[in-house]
Design a binder for this molecule. Structure first.
Ligand SMILES: [Zn+2]
Length: 206
């Protein structure tokens, strides 16, 4: 079983909260994922803290709430996974140059309406949505859903890409839009080694 510690080892390479949420499942570029860190409600709150969507105090309060309402916590964990499924579908479609279906966009709209229904406008320079006073189990999902809408409505959609070496999605913020890997330390390095070995093999057989 995953521990809360495993969640905090998850790399945040998406460049966006919604994409990092999609990346809580990892694995090869095609086929089913081979790892999932969202194994339960406590892991969802731990990921929220790790990704900067929740404070430690909020996470602690939410875990207490979850202990008092195990059925609600299970339902929210299941909702989180469904949310991740449709966000995955939306951003993977865009990365492949396709438009997401109307039905997944409608789900996102409904969840955004729900998220904003629990938000307040707080001033930090300009005004922005915060969930400081939201004491509901779905609190960790609110900023994720809102980030997805923000990315869709104000982001450069042609910058949304899938890693060439794994299933991670990311927002390519490089100047010339040339980023191909979730991270140079992982998939980028693996690819460099692969090319090096291939080139050496070619030289050796000449
Ligand atoms: Zn990768």
């Amino acid at each position: 079983m995953e521990t809360v510690e495993d969640v905090t080892r998850m790399r945040l390479v998406g460049g966006d909260l919604a994409l990092d949420f999609v990346n809580t499942r990892s694995g090869p570029p095609v086929g089913p994922p081979d790892d999932d860190v969202l194994t339960g409600y406590p892991e969802l709150t731990a990921w929220g803290v790790h990704a900067g969507a929740l404070t430690q105090a909020e996470a602690t309060a939410l875990r207490r709430l979850a202990r008092d309402d195990p059925a609600g916590a299970r339902a929210t964990h299941s909702r989180a996974r469904h949310t991740r499924d449709y966000l995955d579908e939306i951003f993977r479609s865009l990365a492949a140059g396709r438009s997401p279906s109307r039905s997944v966009l409608a789900r996102l709209r409904d969840d955004e309406a729900d998220a904003l229904g629990h938000a307040q406008l707080d001033r930090a320079g300009t005004f922005g949505w915060t969930w400081r006073d939201d004491r509901t189990l779905a609190r960790p999902l609110r900023p994720v859903v809102h980030a997805a809408v923000q990315l869709l409505t104000t982001g450069a959609l042609d910058r949304i890409k899938v890693c060439g070496g794994c299933r991670f999605v990311f927002n390519d913020e490089s100047k010339n839009r040339s980023r191909r890997w979730c991270s140079m330390d992982d998939c980028g390095t693996t690819e460099k080694i692969r090319r090096y070995v291939a080139a050496r093999r070619t030289r050796a057989t000449r």
